[in-house]
Design a protein around this ligand. Structure first.
Ligand SMILES: NC(=O)c1ccc[n+]([C@@H]2O[C@H](COP(=O)([O-])OP(=O)(O)OC[C@H]3O[C@@H](n4cnc5c(N)ncnc54)[C@H](OP(=O)(O)O)[C@@H]3O)[C@@H](O)[C@H]2O)c1
Length: 302
């Protein structure tokens, strides 16, 4: 692999691009219709912005989709349409979004006639730790081909030969991380209300050493990523329903994350970095009325 296309340069795309760039891989993106902040992030990461999807598909050896879960299918369909016109049959396409296995299989069905070689994927760990322990899980008949990413500093693990396995792994894993974020936020807002914030944090640390410190950066990330994480909980709920199971925690977590997203509490960063502390984040959510009866998180009651 010499050139890798990334759709799009959000927080995750930024860190992929930085690592690949540092290893001499040229990273391309097509940012037509994307926000200014995404375009600036791409420039900050040293990514080449190409003028069309067609050019991206002609020039890339691999295209990686790291968008928001709701956009994963749309992006894959756009790629399928352009790829059919380009006419090559050797393009590798990795979907690394937190999507349900059903969505992963739909994406495979959309891409196959256009000739793309589809690999189902997911990312376990934070964007900032790409190259430092964040794991890229892969599945599908051709998943092993992407083990080549190890040569550039990525950690990878092939989970199996079926499309959908990596996606199922991700949604189940995400249920834990997002569930813990939601639970902590709800309880810390209560503790703030009762004037016990520092005391409860101290007690959590004594009882569960390191737990809040571990989840802390993702609580800070909720200021800008709550909407996308709510989508991940929707994917988890759908996956359970599709398989004849009922999820109780995923819909509750989704509701809380949606209420946080509705606070409009943070600006997306142009460098893909996160700023702030857990205490500042809880204070911000508290002042914006999260979880308050008749507060802006009204959607929480529905
Ligand atoms: N961030 C993490 O630490 C992390 C960890 C594990 C997994 N992931 C996974 O990585 C993926 C990306 O997450 P992220 O944190 O990078 O999200 P993000 O910072 O919100 O970035 C999402 C990017 O996708 C773009 N986008 C949105 N809709 C699009 C569309 N229809 N077509 C093309 N691009 C579109 C956005 O552009 P605009 O600015 O124009 O909206 C933005 O550049 C998600 O599936 C997530 O589950 C992220």
């Amino acid at each position: 692999m010499k050139r890798i296309g990334i759709l799009s340069i959000g927080e995750m795309g930024y860190h992929w691009a930085r690592l690949l760039g540092s290893q001499g891989i040229e990273v391309l993106t097509y940012a037509g219709g994307r926000s200014e902040v995404t375009q600036r992030r791409a420039t900050n990461a040293g990514v080449r912005l190409v003028p069309s999807m067609r050019v991206l598909l002609e020039e890339s050896d691999l295209v990686v989709s790291v968008v928001v879960p709701l956009a994963a299918k749309r992006v894959a369909s756009q790629v399928a349409r352009s790829l059919a016109r380009v006419g090559r049959r050797d393009l590798l396409y990795l979907d690394a979004n937190a999507i349900s296995p059903m969505t992963a299989r739909e994406i495979e069905r959309a891409l196959a006639p256009a000739g793309a070689i589809f690999v189902d994927g997911c990312i376990i760990g934070s964007a900032a730790r790409i190259g430092h322990g964040t794991l890229i899980c892969l599945s599908g008949p051709q998943a092993e081909r992407l083990e080549e990413l190890r040569a550039f500093g990525f950690s990878t693990r092939v989970l199996g030969t079926e499309i959908g396995q990596a996606s199922a792994f991700k949604v189940v894993y995400a249920g834990l991380t997002k569930g813990l974020q939601g639970l902590f936020v709800e309880l810390l807002i209560g503790a703030r209300k009762f004037g016990l914030l520092h005391e409860i944090i101290r007690q959590y640390e004594e009882s569960f050493p390191g737990l809040l410190a571990k989840i802390g950066p993702s609580i800070v990330g909720l200021k800008t990523h709550a909407g996308r994480r709510a989508e991940e909980m929707a994917e988890l709920g759908q996956t359970y329903r599709h398989n004849g199971l009922r999820s109780v925690m995923a819909p509750a977590t989704r509701k809380l994350l949606r209420a946080i997203a509705a606070l409009d509490a943070g600006m997306a960063s142009e460098t893909g970095e996160r700023e702030g502390s857990v205490l500042e984040t809880v204070e911000l959510f508290f002042h914006k009325g999260l979880l308050r009866e008749n507060g802006p998180g009204g959607s929480i009651r529905s």
